[in-house]
Design a protein around this ligand. Structure first.
Ligand code: MGD
Ligand code: MGD
Ligand code: SF4
Ligand code: MO
Length: 720
């Protein structure tokens, strides 16, 4: 019997609506849902690969325990007892902080994991919490915390209405947008041009997005904050500041004007690699556009001045009157209002043991995890629980982290692949695949350019004896609490009741309650027609609640109801930025690259996504290749302070001279992992070259872009 299930794709932040066509219990085809009000039929090749993931024989379907070099299938009961006991034993001997927790990016695409992860973290009671947040968007979250009062209150480009989009360090044509849920970026960007608007891209690589832009300018990796400071400086000096309605609640303009005084286009041009006249014309075009938005992503975030760059982008949008107005940078009003539920964000309640970096949102920088395991002393990490993360391939100096994981007393992983990270675990607890659970995008609604809540029903009932992430976490949290001696009869009864209710049902209830008390719910007025889980389930293509709307100062999370344009920490740190103008530059800088057929490190086992030419290839400008005697298609050795590796080369003028690029997420041929397709397309991990000692000191975010490297032909006696 043929049937169609409508849901959202969980591979990337675009959250496209998809149709899964089924013939009995076989997937016949997956394609875009043309009636989805947000994605309107758009989808990419990865959605189809959900079938590969569902059918992947390497995907773990039952818990396994390591005995020596072998893995043995065990029951769930045994797995929970073993995992809880292993972690508890370490914590009992060495204190709660001896156990760490690392969660990865797929948590955000998983309702159960998002909602119940906190249960596990609370049961662990550790301050050693790490995640992919500090390999990604921590800078923007810290800026939101300082300027607006909440790390979740992040401005989103109103791409559907803007007349001018300045993209700095983002490649949405490939990534399909990030911190901007806007499926079908190729069409959305094209429509800006059709409306008579302009797209300007700043990137050290002529990226796919740069190729469709009206203008593209190469920038020296890491120099963006100087460029953006000069844009702001020019706009102020030329008397073009027009803040619009936000003016009455923005504090700190005079301070900004004062501290950015020295950052003229002429002062920064050489370092940035863009002529001062061009910087002036970019500033004028931005200020003169009827509406404009500056949008920065990974290329400005994972650098030494990630927080500074993220801040200056907000300043640019605010001073030109583009914050909180259609066509500018706006704030979505999601039906589950996580901003309000979370309240004002905390920071600096504790610091990392060795480098003394402050926690943010309860987390320490992922770049410090390896040293926290290696370095003996009180508070040394000796046990680790990972959830949906592959830090060996995703964090700096991954090889070193891998060695460190091998020395842990105990490790447990909640993941459905036996990969470069989880192979170090003593026990792996694999959840069901994405098509075997309900889903609701509680995270990405915070970034959605249009307010379209959708409920995604499971396509398949989970196989017997399979558990979802939510179920695994609830059970594990309960075991851990009990191992720690539980907390009174009442709590333990409440806990039993929760476990009895079932984790998936709990998630549905939480969402329903959050929807009802949210801005589009009926609240306690039961006669009002609000958004509920039931209504969402009835509306298989989602409910269209319209575009983003102006909402300030009403929805500002800061108790002061003011926007702080000049947070003290950022102002004080500007001296560090001034310092780089006189620093010598490295001859070659390494940056990253994403490709349409990848999802970070974990999509390479899906056959439909790995076909075609080899992708883990170093892109080099011919001008850099010639003096080094490097030919296209040959192999080179790339060396950084941290490591060295051999990779094939492609010569291309799409790279800025002095900059080379390699995708991340590769490096699969590792003994002990079980991803057979990925092993055939192994490549090498760029994160064996990135340096954990380099972090953005304000946010603790890893520096993954702009790594100084040497490149030489392979086989010339280069040390590996
Ligand atoms: N050099 C360099 N490094 C980077 C980046 C870069 O651009 N350059 N990008 C960074 C960014 S933006 C990010 S977000 C991080 C990602 O960093 P991570 O999140 O640590 O790594 P992923 O590759 O996303 O690995 C995800 C893991 O989750 C598992 N998984 C997938 N779905 C599920 C699920 O539903 N449940 C469970 N339990 N497990 C699941 C997969 O099997 C895999 O093991 O990498 C960062 N690292
Ligand atoms: N196909 C695919 N889509 C994805 C992912 C994936 O792995 N594959 N991952 C998802 C995730 S987790 C994330 S966080 C998003 C990321 O989404 P994006 O940030 O849009 O994606 P990136 O490809 O990392 O784009 C960063 C751009 O910055 C440029 N860049 C590097 N260094 C600098 C610099 O110093 N200055 C400037 N101005 N530019 C620089 C790079 O050349 C690149 O074009 O993508 C998501 N979508
Ligand atoms: S763009 Fe992202 S969400 Fe849309 S189909 Fe592709 S992977 Fe899935
Ligand atoms: Mo990410």
């Amino acid at each position: 019997m043929e049937r169609i299930v409508y849901r959202t794709c969980t591979f990337c932040e675009a959250c496209c609506g998809i149709e899964v066509h089924l013939d009995g219990d076989r997937i016949r085809v997956i394609r875009g849902d043309s009636l989805d009000p947000l994605s309107r039929g758009y989808f990419c090749v990865k959605a189809r690969a959900l079938r590969d993931l569902h059918e992947d024989p390497d995907r773990l379907r039952h818990p396994i325990k390591r005995t020596g070099r072998r893995w043995e299938r065990i029951s769930w009961k045994e797995a929970f007892a073993y995992a809880a006991e292993g972690i508890f034993t370490v914590q009992r001997q060495h204190g709660k902080d001896a156990a760490a927790f690392y969660s990865g990016e797929p948590v955000t695409h998983n309702l159960g994991a998002t909602l119940l992860m906190e249960e596990v973290v609370a049961a662990l009671g550790t301050s050693k919490r790490f995640s992919a947040n500090s390999l990604d968007q921590f800078p923007k979250q810290l800026v939101s915390h300082w300027m607006y009062g909440s790390s979740l209150f992040m401005s989103v480009p109103d791409v559907d209405r803007t007349a001018h989009m300045l993209l700095i360090g983002a490649n949405p044509l490939v990534s399909n947008g990030s911190l901007m849920t806007a499926p079908g970026m190729p069409q959305r960007l094209r429509r800006i041009k059709e409306r008579g608007g302009r797209i300007i891209v700043i990137d050290p690589r002529r990226s796919e997005t740069a190729r469709i832009a009206d203008e593209h300018h190469f920038v020296r990796p890491g120099a963006d904050p100087l460029l953006i400071a000069a844009l702001v400086n020019t706009i102020i000096a030329d008397g073009r500041v027009r803040m619009g309605h936000v003016r009455s609640f923005v504090d700190g303009f005079e301070k900004v004007k004062d501290v950015l005084g020295g950052f003229t286009p002429e002062a920064v041009a050489e370092r940035v690699g863009i002529a001062s006249t061009t910087i002036r014309s970019i500033a004028a075009a931005f200020a003169n556009a009827p509406s404009a938005v500056c949008y920065g992503r990974m290329g400005i975030s994972t650098v030494r001045f990630g927080t500074t760059a993220s801040w200056l982008i907000e300043v640019l949008n605010i001073l030109t009157g583009n914050l909180d107005r259609p066509g500018g940078a706006m704030f979505p009003d999601p039906p589950v209002d996580l901003v309000r539920l979370q309240g004002e964000t905390q920071r600096s309640r504790w610091h990392s043991r060795l480098r003394g970096t402050p926690e943010f949102m309860g987390e320490l920088p992922a770049a410090t995890l390896a040293e926290e395991i290696e370095e003996p002393g009180e508070g040394q990490v000796r046990a680790l629980l990972t959830l949906a993360g592959n830090p060996v391939l995703s964090s700096p100096a991954g090889q070193r982290l891998s060695d460190a994981l091998g020395k842990l007393d105990f490790m447990a992983s909640i993941d459905f692949y036996l990969n470069e990270t989880t192979r170090h675990a003593n026990v792996i607890l694999p959840p069901v695949g994405p098509l075997e659970r309900d889903h609701f995008d509680i995270v990405f609604q915070l970034f959605s350019v249009r307010n379209v809540p959708r409920w995604s029903p499971a396509v398949f009932s989970p196989p017997p004896d399979a558990l979802s992430d939510a179920e695994i976490m609830l059970a594990l949290a309960s075991r851990l609490r009990r191992a720690h001696g539980g907390a009174g009869v009442v709590i333990s009864l409440a806990e039993r009741a929760l476990v009895g209710l079932g984790a998936d049902r709990i998630c549905r209830l939480i969402v329903d309650l959050a929807l009802r008390v949210g801005p589009h719910g009926s609240g306690l007025r039961l006669w009002r027609d609000g958004v509920t889980v039931r209504r969402l389930r009835e509306a298989s293509h989602g409910i269209d609640l319209g575009p983003m709307e102006s909402c300030l100062p009403r929805r500002l999370p800061a108790k002061s109801k003011k926007i702080d344009l000049a947070p003290r920490e950022l102002v004080e740190d500007l001296a560090r930025l001034r310092g780089v103008m006189d620093e010598p530059t490295a001859e070659l800088l390494l940056i990253g690259r994403r490709e349409v057929r990848t999802v970070n490190s974990w999509s390479h086992n899906l056959p439909s996504l790995v076909s075609g030419p080899e992708r883990c290839v170093l892109h080099v400008n011919p001008a850099d290749a010639a003096p080094r005697r490097i030919g296209s298609g040959t192999r080179v050795v790339v060396t950084s302070r941290v490591g060295a590796m051999e990779v094939p080369v492609r010569l291309t003028t799409s790279m800025m001279p002095g900059v080379v690029s390699l995708p991340h997420g590769y490096g699969h041929r590792v003994e002990g992992s079980q991803m057979r397709v990925a092993a055939e397309h192994a490549g090498a991990s760029i994160n064996d070259l990135t340096d954990p000692c380099e972090i953005d000191p304000l946010s603790g975010n890893a520096v993954l872009s702009g790594v100084p490297v040497r490149v030489e032909p392979a086989g010339k006696g280069a040390a590996l």
